[in-house]
Design a protein around this ligand. Structure first.
Ligand code: FAD
Length: 498
């Protein structure tokens, strides 16, 4: 086969990879993107994402100038509250949910470059919209936004990557499908000089002046999940692509890269128990069950096991999947009464939902296969523990329980108004937190603390940013910031290679 040579080869074709490719193309001409999946499954977890981005801004007037360019006056008039999101708040939110373990340098890079990267994406025809209804509450006909994520890419993750692939095409960047990177090639001095791939034509080598790894985490690799996340994780549901099996991480570790971050943890959410075992690109978000903070969650023994109202949903949803996998049969049941069911998110009203209803708690338990006495006891104890106060979804309302373990810290409203509705969930893994160590240029570090020449990384396979939990809307933002950074560094490095 004819020898192929590129300035920059990017491994993967998700959000991080495409940002890296576009950024590299701003520096050099010959950029190639390798995608393990075929066309019909391309673009990884980014395709599955809701499309929310967490970035720093000063409020609606500020981002109307250069981000929300398509917002009509009628839409502006329909918004009552659209809070600013400061760097300090971003930093404190990220550090709080990660138990202050997030790598400070990576955190600062993410936060300081978030706003400009959103604007930069706009230059590649990504269109931005406010997250009406999903992250706003309508009061007297006006939208009140909350929670730090107020804007998403038009068309969600699918719209985002479709626009990025189109932009790559306009820039003359080839995306080569069905072509998986297998091994990094090094020259005699140890610099990365290309990749070995497996494509429809067989196994062959591609020479590159620099390589960006952006091929996702290891969430779709059952053996690695059991190895690093622990017992039972081989059996969890995968929310997104089946192609993120840790290939990029393995290839880098094979040449001496340093593992970094929280390898024994991951982003995992409450997920409909009847969902397919791997992500379904036609249904995507409907299997998530994100209104748990409005009711209670019990296991198959009828016991509560987590503080459903610990904080805003965007700060807890990514860790409750991990609580659920530790319950009998990896199952958790979310229970609400008639007062609350109208407030549930849209994904509770879809056709493919695992739902049981009854006029009594005993009846609900029988339908769910839970010992009725146990569930009645749990509900009675919970109801008696609920303190007076005003229920308000927009804030941490402090309407909590006293005297039960675990407590419910906010939005604790007695379950006393039939019919009762129960939704059966399991653990759905989104992505893994452990990965490679990069420096402030996006260069992959080796175990001696030196950059591996010619090797850069971005996206899910970078470790060090997320520990324990994750603030919603940060995955895409981090992929874009670090993809842009890695691509620029890889492009500059390619220019300097003779
Ligand atoms: C259902 C769902 C909803 C989500 N919603 C949001 C949201 O609203 N906001 C947010 O910020 N985050 C969200 N996320 C998380 C977000 O999607 C990810 O953090 C982000 O998309 C990861 O981007 P990435 O480019 O690193 O990886 P991916 O987008 O997964 O891309 C990795 C790519 O690498 C390819 N690949 C793998 N191995 C190889 C190989 N050997 N050779 C070549 N290619 C390879 C894969 O096929 C894939 O295309 C969501 C995730 C899911 C699953």
């Amino acid at each position: 086969m004819e020898k192929q040579e590129y300035d920059v080869v990017v491994v993967g074709a998700g959000n991080a990879a495409l940002c890296a490719a576009l950024s590299a193309r701003e520096q050099v001409k010959r950029v190639l993107v390798l995608e393990k999946a075929g066309m019909s499954e391309r673009c990884g977890n980014s395709y599955f994402a809701d499309g929310g981005f967490r970035f720093v801004h000063q409020g609606l007037e500020d981002i109307r100038r250069d981000v929300l360019l398509d917002l009509s006056q009628a839409e502006v008039d329909s918004i009552e509250i659209f809070p600013a999101y400061s760097s300090d708040k971003y930093y404190s939110d990220l550090m709080t949910v990660t138990d202050h373990q997030s790598n400070e340098e990576l955190a600062r890079l993410l936060i300081d470059n978030s706003r400009d990267t959103v604007r930069w994406l706009g230059g590649y025809t990504i269109r931005w919209l406010p997250m009406f209804n999903r992250l706003s509450i309508v009061v007297n006909g006006k939208h009140r936004f909350h929670g730090g994520v107020t804007v998403f890419a038009s068309g969600g993750g699918a719209g985002l990557v479709t626009s990025l692939v189109a932009a790559a095409g306009r820039k003359g960047i080839e995306v080569r499908y069905d072509t998986a990177a297998r091994r990094l090639i090094q020259n005699r001095s140890g610099a990365v000089a290309g990749v070995e791939v497996r494509g429809p034509e067989g196994i062959y080598e591609i020479a590159a002046r620099s390589v960006v790894l952006a091929s996702g985490g290891f969430e779709a690799n059952a053996e690695w999940r059991a190895r690093y996340l622990g017992r039972g994780w081989d059996l969890c549901h995968v929310r997104g692509t089946r192609h993120n099996t840790g290939d990029g991480i393995r290839m880098a570790l094979d040449i001496g890269a340093e593992p970094h971050g929280n390898w024994s943890s991951c982003h995992a959410v409450p997920w409909d128990v009847s969902a397919p075992v791997l992500g379904d690109r036609t249904i995507i978000g409907d299997y998530q069950k994100y209104s748990y903070h409005l009711g209670i969650m019990v296991n198959l023994q009828g016991r509560r096991f987590a503080d459903e109202g610990e904080s805003y949903r965007l700060f807890t949803y990514a860790k409750f999947g991990r609580e659920i996998i530790n319950q009998p049969n990896r199952t958790a049941i979310q229970i609400f009464d008639r007062k609350i069911t109208p407030l549930l998110r849209d994904e509770y009203r879809v056709r493919h939902v695992t739902k049981v209803e009854s006029d009594t708690v005993e009846g609900l338990a029988e339908k769910l296969g839970i010992e009725p006495g146990a569930l009645v006891r749990t509900v009675n104890e919970f109801n008696s523990a609920c303190q007076p106060g005003t229920f308000n979804q927009e804030i941490l309302d402090g309407k909590r329980t006293i005297g039960i373990d675990p407590p419910k810290s906010n939005w604790a409203v007695p379950l006393d108004t039939p019919p009762y509705a129960a939704f059966v969930t399991t653990c759905g893994i989104t992505f893994t937190y452990g990965g490679l160590r990069i420096n402030s240029q996006g260069a992959v570090q080796d175990t001696s603390g030196r950059s591996i020449p010619g090797l850069y990384a971005a996206g899910e396979l970078v470790g060090g940013l997320f520990y324990n939990s994750y603030p919603g809307g940060t995955g895409l933002m981090a992929g874009a910031v670090f993809g842009r950074l890695a691509g620029a560094s890889a492009g500059k490095s390619a220019q300097s290679v003779a």
